[in-house]
Design a protein around this ligand. Structure first.
Ligand code: 0GY
Length: 317
């Protein structure tokens, strides 16, 4: 009798209602004009659910639409990319099953970044490694996650380091001074999401962005994703007055980082673009942003092929 009741309960799908105002991913992305080099990697993207198969985490701060591995891989092919790095999204907390499932079904064309707690076992880390996980993400964006004590994060970093994994950090520019000592104490390669989220209205020569450049210049283990112009831009997706490039106010920031640190930059779509409020980007348009920030074929190749391959598929180098 007990067993019967349990099995009935688990068969009832959980019904997730999207966060009010949630913007779904763009269904018909254009074909980019810019042709990415052969072997290009979309090094920052996510999967959401599908929620009836992989329920969202109770501690999540938003409830998104579904965005499956099949839809992600269709986008990869449409945009001309060869591989993906699937980053655990906060709506799944430290339950990495959806991300790991995406890796397992990618025919080796996807690697991943997980979120783990101190309680993760060595066997679980090994299983994730076998599936293709190569990093953990530490998130300091307060609207996305609750605070995790730094000693717990340091313990996690020291446990994943022997696996050859790295740490991905997500924070906002105003918080860099306070987080500096912690970040510079990490024992692994450290990859910053979205250039540390600069406030582009302050300008590329602001003290705030100078601190981020110093962070990369003084710490050779620090890399940056030059991604998410759609999140950082104030001018938005519209090209104005003969200017052909959308998100033009983000160009000076990303271009400067690509040119100063060409061997430590990555690029990703950020599909399915969680938490956007004003517009949902056409992913084809995002790909057409790349030649504005990496202006030579040699830089395209480093940004889209050499660097992500070195970090995520080192055995093929
Ligand atoms: C991103 C950015 C965001 C969200 C997440 O895991 C997440 O929920 O990363 C954001 O809301 O800024 O990189 O996808």
């Amino acid at each position: 009798m007990r067993e019967g009741i349990n099995s009935i309960t688990t068969e009832i799908p959980m019904n997730f209602e999207k966060t009010p105002g949630w913007m779904d991913w763009y269904p018909g992305p254009s074909k980019p004009t810019f042709k990415v080099p052969a072997g290009a990697v979309d090094a920052h993207c996510h999967v959401f659910g599908p929620s009836d198969e992989f329920p969202f985490a109770p501690e999540r701060k938003y409830t998104p639409c579904d965005a499956s591995k099949t839809q992600l891989y269709a986008l990869r092919d449409h945009l001309g990319f060869a591989r993906n790095v699937v980053v655990q999204a906060t709506c799944h907390g430290a339950d990495n099953r959806a991300m790991v499932d995406a890796l397992i079904h990618s025919n080796g064309k996807a690697r991943g970044v997980a979120t783990v707690k101190r309680s993760v076992t060595d066997a679980e880390l090994q299983a994730m490694h076998a599936a293709g996980v190569r990093g953990v993400r530490f998130n300091f964006v307060k609207r996305l996650v609750d605070f995790t004590p730094k000693d717990e994060l340091l313990e996690i970093a020291s446990r994943i380091a022997p696996l050859g994994w790295h740490v991905v950090i997500y924070f906002e520019a105003v918080d860099l001074p306070e987080l500096w000592d912690f970040f510079t104490s990490l024992p692994t390669t450290v990859v910053v999401d979205h250039m540390g989220r600069p406030d582009v209205s302050k300008g590329v020569d602001s003290a705030e962005f100078a601190l981020f450049e110093k962070f990369m210049r003084e710490h050779k283990n620090v890399w940056s994703k030059v991604s998410c112009p759609e999140r950082l831009s104030v001018t938005g997706p519209k090209a104005l007055n003969g200017e052909q490039n959308a998100y033009r106010d983000v160009i000076p920031f990303a271009k400067r980082i690509v040119e100063a640190f060409p061997d430590r930059v990555l690029w990703g779509t950020d599909w399915p673009h969680p938490n956007l409020k004003d517009h949902m980007p056409d992913d084809g348009l995002l790909v057409d942003f790349i030649p504005h920030i990496a202006t030579t074929p040699a830089l395209h190749h480093k940004l889209l092929v050499d660097n992500p391959m070195r970090l995520y598929w080192p055995e093929e180098q």
